[in-house]
Design a binder for this molecule. Sequence first.
Ligand code: GDP
Ligand code: GDP
Length: 455
Amino acid sequence: AAEEGFDLEDVEGAIEEAGHGPLPVLAVVGRPNVGKSTLVNRIIGRREAVVEDKPGVTRDRVTYEAEWAGRRFKVVDTGGWEQDVLGIDASVAAQAEYAIEAADAVVFVVDAKVGATDTDEAVVRLLRKAGKPVVLCANKVDGPSGEADAAYLWNLGLGEPHPVSALHGRGTGDMLDAVLEALPEAPAQAFGAAIGGPRRVALIGRPNVGKSSLLNKVAGEERVVVNELAGTTRDPVDELIELGGKTWKFVDTAGIRKRVHLQQGADYYASLRTAAAVEKAEVAVVLIDTTESISVQDQRIVTMAVEAGRALVLAYNKWDTLDEERRYYLEREIETELGQVAWAPRVNVSARTGRHMEKLVPAIETALEGWETRVPTGRLNAFLGELVAAHPHPVRGGKQPRILFGTQAGTKPPRFVLFASGFIEAGYRRFIERRLREEFGFEGTPIHISVRVRE
Ligand code: GDP
Ligand code: GDP
């Protein structure tokens, strides 16, 4: 490394950073208008625009990456909820419940100017029941005169209220210090707790694609619903199902089975459920309804799984209904709309007839295998050396940036760090990703490539 112009410490730092495991998850919950989205914006450093000032506009993006004091974590924003769907208490409780379920710690936001309302009290009861660490954010304390309002919130019994102005940033640093104390280093939900246990599968897809039908089919057909884990405080909604001779944990199945009939706001509800399930799973099986055109919503769900870094299987459902013509157009749609995840194993199934159910497990296993693949550094550099010699980066401004060496810093999903002599263009990065896939497989897994440039 040293003779290539990189400081050994830099190299080690870059590898450590790129190789980080799954991140712990922080949920931000509270009533509408207390300032959740403003706070999330502040936490993620406004790198991504969250607050959409049109009432009623549902946001489907709910998870963001954040960093404070050198630690990274994910933030789940529940600010997109429309309050008039179930009546305010029920809707706040429902969204909070989903978010808390997927979280390792919770920031509970209360409007200090308004004080604690009955709805706030209802959320407090939920938080108690969930038993997750809570940081109480007394928001809208824009100046010293508001501190007294914040102090009233001791009454909630959640410990110290942190006076914050999400809008101006006042007090957010101290609150984030408290958040870091509350957050575990690694997520208990997603990975840490279940090493060696059954693999965790999230069955996701937009409403009516056939999730509950498929679940009933796989659980019913095999006649071995091993266990319904109802009532345990940790995982009240996961289900163990034996398939292909192995036990799998289908996460958040209650959210699938519970037929919540909502009109307005249902999409947001569904997004939150999907995000929660994805966070808890290792592999996402995205169901697609072949009787309808592949939609932006399908793409968003796929993107959610990919961005969360989970293994991915695409299951094209309702195959029993396809005629030749629809089949023809479906294949074109798959190419154009889902071409970016052509690496995901694909199964064409029917939850109704049971068609190709037996192919689901091999597809999941393939995806998990790709997700856990590790390429030894020697092999990787031999490959990179040949690649760079045969297809050098285009010359820019009289210089030719070169990939000098690389290493795989982590798995689940595979993460690579490449060290380069100059800026590597996006097109060339994609080319490297493509060639990595051709060479090493990585079927069913997103791969991350970060590039460090020599100073
Ligand atoms: P959410 O519904 O909980 O996500 O709330 P928003 O983040 O959308 O904020 C609701 C309103 O409160 C917006 O008009 C914000 O500008 C305002 N707000 C949020 N945080 C603060 C704050 O710290 N101080 C003041 N004065 N207003 C705030
Ligand atoms: P969910 O909202 O994703 O859980 O979808 P459901 O499982 O409730 O299914 C929605 C509708 O699609 C129901 O009417 C199902 O009977 C129907 N359905 C589900 N899978 C299939 C399938 O493989 N073939 C056909 N023809 N219909 C299906």
